[in-house]
Design a protein. Structure first.
Lengths: 167, 167
DNA sequence: TTGAAACTATTTCATTTGAAACAATATTGA
DNA sequence: TCAATATTGTTTCAAATGAAATAGTTTCAA
């Protein structure tokens, strides 16, 4: 996928709903921001998920399953990514003395330094990229996504077909 | 990643901005909706990207690069996914008589039938999942994402460090 | 206490994704 | 025309992801 963002040729399908449009836009925005993040990290010896783990780790150590919960992914996904971060010297695994099942992901000094360097630039870039929204609009967007997020978590949203509750 | 969505233990970091919060929520919402889509397609012999390609293909055929543009991914990603869809009998490749470089992705009758069956249910599920937002809020969200999307495409958002334009 | 159940992380396997290199074809401009 | 350039799709490789199975550990109730 190239970084150039020229107008594309295809048309919006006629069969659509506000919900579907919102969801498609959400996917597109996510995809573009992810792409920019990827390019930002290009020269930094890091991939996007590796950077994400750095952001959730700490010097004192964070359980792998806490990181996977925040990243909304499976534990099994992180094993390999953490391995690569260890190979690069940015984190290390330490056993949790209180629970021998847990392995704590600890930032090394090199990892902490990397993070001190990258995080502020990352936030600043994001801020600039969202300049097309006013301060108020950003907050509006945040609140709408918050509602949506809560709604998705709390209700029975993954029902199977049949037995709709609004019958 | 399990489907259960119980409250998690971690706290929001103190160092954050409205932009970062909005982005993190966007990622989380995206992640949850994607997870639900995955579970919906579980018994349907389809993965999420496979279903997405079905949605963009047609009986008369669509160039692969048009599909990859709409999916915001690289052509190379689709080769394998299309191969699997062909193996399942839902699409086929046909050469474009007007341009021998392009290969048209055509829905088979089985693929068209699958889509007729799945698409309405898919839209209905999405609609229900977004019920926590009012009709007006869905439209607000859509408009905000539209603005953000346009802003991301039009401006020079992937600048390297230095030469900030707001100095 | 002990056995069943739950939890944590890893392993394994298939699929998806990102990126670069490539072959075939099309387009363009000298 | 024809050579340089661009476009389309595939191949290849590394990384990430989803899901199931597994081993080790903890929790909890009988």
């Amino acid at each position: 996928m190239s970084l150039s963002t020229e107008p594309t040729g295809w048309q919006q399908s006629s069969e659509t709903t506000p919900e579907l449009e919102a969801y498609n836009l959400l996917r597109q925005v996510h995809s573009i921001l992810e792409m920019y993040n990827r390019y930002d990290l290009r020269g930094e010896d890091l991939t996007v998920p590796q950077f994400m783990i750095l952001n959730y780790a700490s010097r004192s150590g964070v359980p792998l399953s806490e990181i996977s919960a925040r990243m909304m992914c499976d534990n099994s996904n992180l094993t390999g990514i953490v391995d690569r971060l260890i190979a690069k010297g940015y984190v290390e695994r330490r056993p949790d003395p209180n629970d021998r099942r847990v392995s704590l992901i600890c930032l090394t000094e090199a990892g902490a330094e990397k993070l001190r360097n990258l995080r502020p630039r990352h936030h600043e870039r994001l801020r600039k990229r969202m300049r097309s929204l006013s301060e108020h609009e950003v907050q509006q967007l945040r609140e709408l996504l918050r509602s949506l997020y809560s709604g998705l978590l709390t209700s029975d949203n993954h029902e199977r077909d049949g037995h709709q509750s609004d019958a």
